[in-house]
Design a protein around this ligand. Structure first.
Ligand SMILES: [Zn+2]
Length: 209
């Protein structure tokens, strides 16, 4: 378990270093046994220690002496409903968050949007952080997807490893940045569903290699 905890700390610090989330915002988790390990509530990532990482089981139970991130519920719900989710990165990255305040999805303005698993990256409806209602909205936006924006909040990405989820989170923020720039020039031309399907098939066979 120590190894996984160390990995969480490494990537939590990277959230700061790569400017995906400042100070203590956002949270990171890894699936572990019958639950998951997650960053604690309200602690700066720069001061994180192995003992601070909290184990929460899939029933939502944890050692009461510890305090998991206040947003642990959507981690729990994603691990329950998506068996392919092995790690989750949630961040308040600047570009994805800016776009989320317009409740806008990222459409097929670029073929790299397919990295999130479909022809667009949806934006989950707003609900108060840490609530079951927000969890429900996120799961809806994550249908057949590996990432989504969260309205007036940020973004979330999951993957087969923490490295995988982190890379996708970086890509989502990058796409959000490019899309915002594209919108400054007017309405960008979107790729057709047919073209996006081609790209999706290509990336599937690429991943298999
Ligand atoms: Zn958040």
């Amino acid at each position: 378990m120590k190894l996984q905890k160390k990995e969480i700390i490494k990537f939590a610090k990277m959230l700061n270093d790569k400017k995906l989330s400042a100070l203590r915002s956002g949270n990171i988790s890894i699936r572990y046994k019958n639950g998951f390990l997650i960053t604690p509530s309200g602690q700066k990532y720069s001061s994180l220690k192995v003992k601070d990482i909290v184990f929460v089981n899939l029933e939502g139970e944890f050692n009461k002496k510890q305090k998991p991130s206040s947003e642990w519920r959507f981690h729990q719900d994603i691990y329950i409903s998506k068996t392919n989710a092995k790690a989750i990165v949630h961040s308040h990255s600047t570009n994805a968050t800016a776009l989320s305040t317009h409740n806008k999805k990222i459409p097929s303005f670029h073929y790299m949007v397919a990295l999130a698993g479909g022809s667009d990256i949806k934006c989950a409806k707003y609900a108060t952080y840490g609530t079951r209602e927000l969890s429900k909205n996120i799961l809806k936006a994550l249908k057949n997807r590996f990432a989504c924006l969260i309205a007036n909040h940020g973004q979330i990405a999951f993957g087969s490893s923490l490295a995988d989820a982190f890379e996708l989170a970086e890509e989502v923020d990058n796409l959000a940045k490019q899309y915002i720039k594209a919108l400054l020039l007017g309405r960008p031309k979107l790729l057709s569903l047919k073209e996006m399907k081609k790209v999706l098939n290509k990336s599937k066979s690429y991943k298999k290699r």
